[in-house]
Design a protein around this ligand. Structure first.
Ligand code: AMP
Ligand code: MN
Ligand code: MN
Ligand code: MN
Length: 280
């Protein structure tokens, strides 16, 4: 049985392993095809690809793009993208600049709650590269003892209504899909259950996504219960969308699913990789 994992993160975004370490771990765990999908950044792909050649596993160029849709943040995964496509590169660069501004606002918010030095702290976790995100703030807050782990620190400080939350305008859904499809890739709605959309709004999202050229729904992900996976498998079949499978692995001890360690797609799903020669 092929073990395909189409969603994970490296130190290029908010993962804990370098692209090489990630691919090596995937190989050890029996993953046969891996997509690296860093948030808003494709700069880890060439390193990961080299490591994948060494380990004889199939590598797929990926990205996870932050999107604002109806005042919600959505994540759209791009698979088989061309990481040199100018519109994609420029779009991601703009998102990363926005992240720097948001990080300053998060730090200013936390300052008001007497938590100081968080921008420097978060930056030390992000390695001072272009991409800074809430996970880096979370790791800093855990280090300072504000909560026992990343998950609980999010609940207390970094989500809507909490001291370190700042609303932010990401790319639009149509932009993200255009960049992905324009570069030759396939767009996937990541972890759809996470957005907690009511039935009608969910349908509007799925229809809009499909009309704009989106291809697939992530059915298997660490964010879904088995019931949610079945529900989204059903939505995919109903709308003629393909199904994807990814661990959303961020690092040992921080993730629910390890690389490649998740259920198979439910019966009846058409895999997003069904026509990828190198995978099937
Ligand atoms: P950002 O894109 O900077 O807003 O950060 C989003 C990232 O934060 C996600 O990709 C996850 O890695 C992490 N994250 C979001 N919500 C949670 C949560 N409740 N618990 C743990 N990590 C979370
Ligand atoms: Mn993340
Ligand atoms: Mn995500
Ligand atoms: Mn992710």
């Amino acid at each position: 049985m092929l073990n395909i994992d189409l969603h994970c993160h490296s130190t290029v975004s908010d993962g804990l392993l370098t692209p090489t370490e990630l691919v090596e771990r995937a190989a050890t765990r029996g993953v046969s095809a891996l997509a690296l999908t860093d948030h808003d950044d494709v700069s880890g792909l060439s390193e990961a690809r080299l490591a994948a050649v060494e380990k004889n596993i199939t590598f797929i160029n990926g990205v996870e793009i932050s999107v604002s849709w109806r005042r919600k943040t959505l994540h759209i995964v791009g698979l088989n993208i061309n990481p040199e496509y100018p519109q994609l590169l420029q779009g991601l660069k703009d998102i990363r600049s926005g992240r720097v501004l948001r990080a300053r606002s998060i730090a200013a918010q936390l300052d008001k709650f007497n938590i100081h030095g968080s921008l420097e702290g978060a930056s030390s976790y992000s390695g001072g590269k272009g991409l800074i995100g809430r996970t880096h703030f979370a790791r800093f807050l855990v280090e300072r003892g504000y909560a026992k782990d990343v998950k609980s620190v999010f609940k207390k400080y970094l989500v809507k209504g909490k001291p370190g939350y700042v609303s932010h305008q990401w790319a639009s859904l149509s932009e993200a899909i255009e960049w992905i499809c324009g570069s030759g890739g396939r767009a996937v709605i990541a972890h759809p259950a996470r957005y907690k959309l009511g039935k009608d709004i969910l349908d509007e999202l799925l229809f809009e996504f499909r009309t704009l050229g989106g291809s697939a729904i992530e059915v298997i992900t660490a964010s879904h219960t088995p019931e949610q996976s079945l529900m989204f498998a059903h939505h995919a079949q109903r709308l003629g969308l393909l199904a994807s499978r990814g661990s959303d692995f961020h690092g040992p001890g921080e993730s629910y699913f390890d690389l490649g360690q998740m259920p198979e797609l439910p019966v009846g799903c058409k895999p997003v990789w069904h026509d990828w020669n190198k995978v099937t």
